[in-house]
Design a protein around this ligand. Structure first.
Ligand SMILES: CC(=O)SCCNC(=O)CCNC(=O)[C@H](O)C(C)(C)COP(=O)(O)OP(=O)(O)OC[C@H]1O[C@@H](n2cnc3c(N)ncnc32)[C@H](O)[C@@H]1OP(=O)(O)O
Ligand SMILES: O=C([O-])CC(=O)C(=O)O
Length: 385
């Protein structure tokens, strides 16, 4: 057995994959041979869905077929809706989502069919229904009327509409679609690894996704986008942002939205794309202060820590301006990532090897005798009874 131990599995290759790769040297996020940023600029989320699930970018007919199969899968079983309504109002939105997906699995007749075809069909159903759980769950807990999907809208416009209740403008829908693309897939983050570990026991796609929801909730991962928004709201101004970051650094706290296990000392290309989107939206809504606050935060972190923003830093204010409640930022991330995770689970099932690593044991060596003076009398009493 190798004695190599890297805490956090840093730089360990855990899997072979044809899905995606972070080429840090070239500063590219490669998705099945395409650049993720170019996809976000030139394609739509459903194109990326075709690319991730089927291995190729769809043509017009392929995209229309995907759109039709997602529209066919809209609609949550009545009991899933009922259970969302039963949850206490203070349930975190990621826990609502975790429960919703878990309940949904009971209504999928192909749950335990791991063939590529059945997994693809389940992935399509999840692409239709996870956004519904995100939107319905929040509306149910905040006692707002539920909004049914409108399949005359594009996938992303409909998702935003179900959350906000407003049909988005072309600019809003386009930027939201870009955000879903950049959130859709990112090689082997903790949540995808979690899903692959679960799938490697031959467990099902829903179970793997539920595990990924729990992983993504944490603030070192997807939960950071909500923490960023809370920080921006608390800071309130450019100077407030500088002061708040410095205070937190002085207390040796981590600043959410900065740093990354893989990029770390290099910019996250997705953050740069969302920064441009924020500039556009902030100008459109007459809120340049929010953009300037974020830029100041970025400057302070570069100066003080030489750290760059990750995607969550700029996605948070973009989602705020799109009218998404802060509590839904991480669930929206998960809805977008449902795509990448589904592709990984399909790949894991197709080329499976059970994940089962070893440990470096730091407990006592040499065995303690099990029968002690304290245990013996109790044993005798037991025998008398
Ligand atoms: C879409 C996503 O999920 S992206 C990730 C979202 N998460 C966040 O934004 C949370 C904030 N960021 C972090 O906590 C980290 O950067 C992580 C968890 C993302 C990556 O961390 P790791 O790879 O474990 O880096 P590690 O903890 O070794 O940090 C290296 C150094 O940078 C510092 N550092 C890293 N990130 C930050 C941060 N956000 N704020 C302050 N200091 C930081 C660490 O304190 C450490 O400094 P030290 O060497 O003086 O102790
Ligand atoms: O890659 C990671 O570790 C985290 C991340 O940026 C993502 O999941 O999008």
């Amino acid at each position: 057995m190798s004695d190599l131990y890297l805490p956090g599995l840093e730089n360990v290759v855990a899997s072979e994959t044809g899905i995606s790769y972070l080429d840090v040297e070239k500063e590219e996020i490669v998705i099945r041979g395409y650049d993720l940023i170019e996809l976000a600029q030139q394609a739509v989320y459903l194109d990326v869905a075709g690319l991730l699930l089927d291995g190729e970018l769809p043509d017009e007919a392929g995209r229309a077929a995907l759109e039709a199969s997602i529209a066919d899968a809209y609609g949550l079983p009545q009991n899933v809706r009922a259970i969302l309504h039963l949850l206490p109002a203070n349930t975190p939105a990621m826990d609502v989502l975790r429960t919703g997906i878990s309940v949904l699995s009971s209504y999928d007749e192909e749950l335990d069919d791991r063939s590529p075809e059945a997994n693809r069909r389940k992935a399509i159903r999840l692409l239709a229904r996870v956004p519904q759980i995100v939107a319905y769950g929040h509306r149910a807990l905040t006692k707002q009327p539920l909004i049914e999907p409108d399949s005359s809208l594009s996938y992303s416009a409909n998702f935003l509409y179900m959350i906000t209740g407003k049909v988005p403008s072309a600019l809003e829908a386009g930027i939201f679609d870009q955000s879903l693309i950049v959130y859709s897939e990112h090689e082997m983050p903790n949540s995808t690894f979690t899903a692959r570990v679960i799938a490697s026991t031959q467990s099902d796609l829903y179970g793997a996704l539920v595990g990924a929801v729990a992983s993504l909730k944490g603030t070192l991962h997807g939960g950071a986008n909500e923490a960023v928004m809370e920080m921006l709201l608390e800071a309130g101004s450019e100077d407030g942002m500088e002061a708040l970051i410095k205070e937190r650094l002085a207390r040796r706290e981590r600043i959410m939205g900065f740093g990354h296990r893989v990029y770390m000392r290099k910019p996250d290309p997705r953050a740069l794309l969302m920064k441009d989107a924020l500039a556009l939206l902030a100008a459109h809504f007459g809120q340049p202060d929010l953009y300037h606050m974020c830029v100041r935060g970025e400057e302070v972190m570069r100066r003080e820590k030489e750290l760059h923003p990750n995607l969550d830093y700029y996605a948070a204010p973009v989602y705020h301006l799109l009218g998404i409640p802060t509590a839904l930022f991480t669930p929206v991330f998960l809805a977008a990532r449902t795509l990448g995770i589904s592709a990984h689970v399909m790949e894991q099932h197709a080329h499976n090897r059970l994940f089962r690593p070893r440990v470096r044991y730091t407990g006592p060596r040499g065995l303690h005798p099990l029968i002690t003076d304290q245990l013996l009398p109790e044993r005798e009493e037991d025998e008398e009874e």
